[in-house]
Design a protein around this ligand. Structure first.
Ligand code: NAD
Length: 258
């Protein structure tokens, strides 16, 4: 078991086994906590170290390591019910004109944010389809829905995630497996705060956090938190979403609909 508290009034994932990539921080960490609170057994697959007991080191850009994380969940717990393809990187932080775009950076962003998600879907499907059940969730972004809100490589990679979900959902449905995307807007996770450090080098950490919460988010009177995305993932992971497939669940306060 992971080292998270399992105290909860509801157990919406009772008995289910989940792999979460990028589970060491931000959205992945909040989701791991939410899943465990709801009765799931979780294997965290991340390139960074983590306190959780069932952590496995995994660079998602390497398909063999993604396959190994899936196999670890099956070896430890006998099956895989939920695959949360969530690991991601921002790439170069400052938007540059197309003429100056670093193609090497583009390749790395695509490898981690898009190709790795295809690997995650592929290997989750490998163990889920024989049981004819499972939920695969991929973290996309508002940047994949709207243009001009992030550096181009990141936006392209997240649009690819949305395309991936649409591409495979029909085939997966015939095997009883659901594949959905979640598209959050901005949350002050380490990924976003690194961008803020570059854009506002003189501001304090608290000032940068306020910039994200006040200037970027759309909903008056509330801020988007990693836990909000975790609860969206909880819904898609649970049997409550048993007929939800090929969907992009925006968690953005209406940002992408204007
Ligand atoms: P984060 O930096 O806190 O978490 C990202 C995680 O991915 C980290 O644990 C990191 O170690 C892991 N990771 C990075 N490269 C990896 C690799 N090659 N192999 C394995 N793990 C790797 O950021 P976050 O905001 O929680 O990001 C999670 C997901 O949410 C990402 O896909 C990100 O693009 C997406 N997202 C974030 C926001 C936001 O505003 N924070 C908005 C929309 C989408």
């Amino acid at each position: 078991r992971c080292g998270y508290s399992t105290a909860s009034s509801s157990q919406r994932l009772a008995g289910k086994v989940a792999v979460i990539t990028g589970g060491a921080s931000g959205i992945g960490k909040a989701t791991a906590e939410e899943f465990v609170r709801n009765g799931a057994k979780v294997v965290l697959a991340s390139e960074l170290d983590a306190d959780a007991a069932c952590y496995t080191r995994c660079d998602v850009a390497d398909e063999a390591q993604v396959a190994a994380a899936v196999d670890l969940a099956v070896a430890r717990h006998g099956r895989l019910d939920v695959m949360f393809n969530n690991a991601g990187i921002s790439g170069a932080l400052t938007p540059v004109p197309l003429a100056s775009l670093d193609i090497t950076d583009f390749d790395r962003v695509m490898a981690v944010n898009a190709r790795a998600m295809l690997a995650g879907v592929k290997h989750a499907a490998r163990v889920m389809t024989p049981r004819r059940r499972g939920s695969i969730i991929c973290t996309a972004s508002t940047a994949g829905v709207l243009g001009s809100v992030a550096p181009h490589p990141y936006s392209v990679s997240k649009a690819a995630v949305l395309g991936l979900v649409r591409a495979v959902a029909g085939e997966m449905a015939r095997s009883g497996v659901r594949v959905n995307a979640i598209s959050p807007s901005y949350i002050p996770t380490p990924l976003v705060m690194r961008t803020m450090e570059e854009w506002y080098p003189k501001a304090t950490a608290e000032e940068r956090r306020r910039i994200v919460e006040q200037d970027v988010n759309e909903m008056e009177g509330t801020v988007l938190e990693a836990e909000d995305v975790a609860r969206a993932a909880l819904y898609l992971a649970s049997d409550e979403a048993k007929y939800v497939n090929g969907h992009n669940l925006a968690v953005d306060g209406g940002y992408t609909v204007g």
